[in-house]
Design a protein around this ligand. Structure first.
Ligand code: 2AM
Length: 482
């Protein structure tokens, strides 16, 4: 048996795994062992990157033998059955105290299950969300690891060495135990859906409201990038809008089929939010907007449904564009506020101690939603760790106050002229619902009591009540069994 020399292993050498392995190898102090089910892929990586000094493992036993203790391996395979298969293999050759990391896009409940099962062997299991795509994996992703504190002690320095750096700080933190990392990665993706949809709606409104070309809108969006909206997604939006299709000479955005795909993490965010009872309406509308865009059959059938006669009459283009910018910013604040609400609810449900300020910090670099305003979120949670709703933090309250007239004009104008702006509209409706002194939920509760004797509470005294709707309609004090 050879003397172990590697301090970290990567299992699964498709693009993400290969890039992560190369990133690890490029950092001082790391010796990286690599293993892939099909050895040809391992050989190809070694041949293409001799500079990385990879230690090749042809079997999992060789991989285990190549690693110094505690052995640490990062699994980068397609989430699902492959993950379970690779975990089983590693468990069979690892020892108590060793660390298995799943760097794939696992559903957090799977991670909770796997962590529990692996822990029984004495081996540590860490689910780590990794954001930033292929380029992030190679140059520096944002990393969201869960798992035990013990595992983090070994893993922390390694992950810090490869993470993106934002304002001098590595974009990685121990998010919480077991599935906390994959949970937060899921929320990241949900917010990403909302952010993208909101930008797309802003583009559409400007285009339909002013008739500007995609290239002209690219200039506007690029300018937005020097203000509050400064972010990776705004930056790439300008690039996409500016792109001309080589085959037709048309703006590329006009020749791309208007049906958006999804890999499921946005849907997970919304499904989980429904289970937790957290209204993430901005994120939900973004997921649904992709579904609607992809339902070509229904869209074809609905093509002749009537719309308004009126088209948008924009008198002052510059003022309108500024309205849209403000509406976008306000809606974006709501999407993040809702996403953080879900983190708070998830942490409570699953017993995680998650620092919201730290999460906003590690999203500043490497990941898709990296943005300047994440610093404001960190400040908000550092000032008030018990902050109930991000939207109510002084900075965001002021931003929303400054944007609300624009926001209302844009949503109303979109409705009057028949332009769908579901994420803008849902975010504004949420904002008004959140701040309302009285909601019509009292009527809903009355209806529930009428047909299902679900009972209600009163504003003026303690207790639980039921009205005898089918009797003399007197009110009785009811036992709260619902
Ligand atoms: P392969 O090259 O042998 O197919 C992305 O699909 C990565 O996951 C690839 O490295 C692939 O290995 C690996 N993978 C998929 N299913 C697997 C399994 N059941 N066991 C081990 N690796 C698997």
């Amino acid at each position: 048996m050879t003397t172990p020399t590697a301090n970290i292993a990567v299992v699964g050498l498709a693009v993400m795994g290969s890039n992560l392995a190369r990133n690890l190898a490029s950092r001082e102090g790391n010796v990286v062992a690599v293993y892939n089910r099909t050895t040809a892929k391992t050989d190809a990586l070694l041949e293409a990157h001799p500079e990385a000094g990879f230690v090749k493992a042809a079997t999992v036993q060789e991989l285990a033998d190549s690693l110094v203790k505690p052995r640490t391996a990062i699994i980068m395979v397609k989430a699902g059955r492959a993950t379970d298969a690779v975990i089983d293999e590693l468990v069979s050759v690892f020892e108590p105290g060793d660390i298995i990391v799943d760097g794939g896009n696992a559903l957090f409940t799977d991670t909770i299950r796997r962590e529990k099962a692996v822990r029984e062997t004495g081996i540590n299991f860490v689910g780590a969300g990794i954001s930033g795509g292929e380029e992030g994996a190679l140059k520096g992703p944002s990393i969201m690891p869960g798992g035990s504190v013990e595992a983090w002690e070994t893993l922390g320095p390694i992950l810090r060495s490869i993470a993106a750096v934002a304002e001098g700080e590595p974009c990685v933190t121990h998010v919480g135990t077991d599935g906390a990392g994959h949970f937060v990665k899921m929320i990241h993706n949900g917010i990403e859906y909302a952010d993208m949809q909101l930008i797309a709606e802003a583009y559409d409104l400007i285009r339909q409201g002013t008739g500007k070309s995609p290239a002209e809108i690219a200039d506007i969006v690029a300018e937005w990038n020097s203000g509050d909206l400064d972010s990776y997604l705004i930056e790439i939006t300008a690039e996409v809008l500016r792109q001309v299709d080589a085959a037709t000479g048309q703006p590329l955005v006009d020749v791309i089929l208007d049906s958006a795909g999804a890999k499921g993490t946005g849907a997970w965010t919304v499904q989980t939010a429904l289970d937790l009872g957290v209204p993430v309406s901005g994120i939900a509308e973004a997921v649904f907007a992709r579904s609607l865009s992809s339902d070509r059959e229904a869209r074809a059938a609905a093509r002749d449904l009537p719309g308004p006669d009126q088209t948008w009459k924009v008198d002052d283009e510059a003022a309108f564009v500024e309205d849209v910018r403000r509406a976008l910013y306000a809606s974006k604040i709501i999407a993040y506020s809702q996403g953080f609400d879900e983190i708070i609810a998830g942490a409570k449900e699953y017993g995680w101690d998650i620092s919201k300020g730290e999460i906003a910090k590690i999203w500043r670099g490497g990941c898709i939603i990296r943005a300047r305003f994440l610093n404001r979120i960190t400040e908000a949670y550092e000032t008030d760790p018990g902050l109930v709703s991000l939207a109510t933090a002084p900075y965001f309250r002021e931003a929303l106050a400054g944007a609300q007239d624009s926001w209302r004009r844009v949503v109303a104008g979109a409705a009057m002229s028949g332009i769908p702006a579901p994420a803008f509209a849902a975010s504004l409706a949420y904002y008004d619902g959140l701040r309302a002194e009285r909601l019509p939920a009292s009527l809903v509760q009355g209806q529930r009591d009428f047909f299902g004797a679900h009972t209600y509470k009163r504003v003026d005294r303690e207790g639980t009540f039921h009205t005898l709707w089918s009797g003399d309609r007197t009110e009785i004090e009811a036992e709260d069994t619902h």
